[in-house]
Write a new protein. Structure first.
Length: 185
């Protein structure tokens, strides 16, 4: 498989017209990455609620705010990736740190450089906005995503939390990285 960025991939700001594609991409990404890690009923609900989630996403985008939503697109298939970042949610986080809330690539495009291109754009834009670093949460058992973030310079900082999905606690691990330059240790 080609592990370099494809020349047909473009990164741009997400628009309201992208919301349905992003919502479908997110549901497909969860299904591909989290089957066996998250209850199937939770994944099924994500796929059933596409229209509702799309409208919520459009409304949030139209309100504006501090979140930055980016999409990766390619000729033919359209939106093939999505990233969202903004201010960190943890009030105890160091000043100037942001959070990468979402990074999804169409399952058939994993390994093509789309995720790396989105991550590089997020890091560059975060640094330009004055964010000194980024944190993110990844499912503890999602080894593929953990390897991806580690190759991108993120490192687990030892903090773990769980969220509840249909009555099951799903453990997550926090990763951190400098917005530009060396990884945060």
């Amino acid at each position: 498989m080609d592990h370099t960025a494809r020349p047909d991939v473009r990164i741009r700001n997400m628009t309201a017209d992208d919301c349905a594609a992003v919502t479908r991409l997110r549901a497909r990404g969860w299904r591909a990455a989290y089957t066996g890690l998250v209850p199937g009923t939770y994944l099924d609900a994500m796929e059933r609620d596409i229209a509702e989630d799309t409208e919520r996403r459009r409304a949030a985008l139209s309100r504006g705010g501090p979140l930055v939503n980016l999409v990766a697109e390619a000729d033919g298939p359209g939106v093939i990736g999505w990233a969202c970042y903004g201010p960190v949610q943890d009030p105890a986080a160091p000043p100037g740190r942001g959070e990468l809330y979402a990074l999804y690539v169409a399952p058939e495009r994993i390994g093509t450089g789309t995720g790396r291109a989105l991550t590089a754009e997020v890091l560059a834009r975060a640094a330009a906005r004055g964010l000194t670093g980024l944190e993110l949460w990844v499912l503890k058992e999602n080894t593929r995503a953990r390897r991806f973030y580690e190759r991108a310079g993120f490192a687990a900082d030892g903090t773990e939390e769980s969220f509840e999905a249909d009555g099951v606690l799903v453990p997550e691990v926090r990763y951190v990285r400098a917005a530009a330059g060396e990884p945060v240790g």
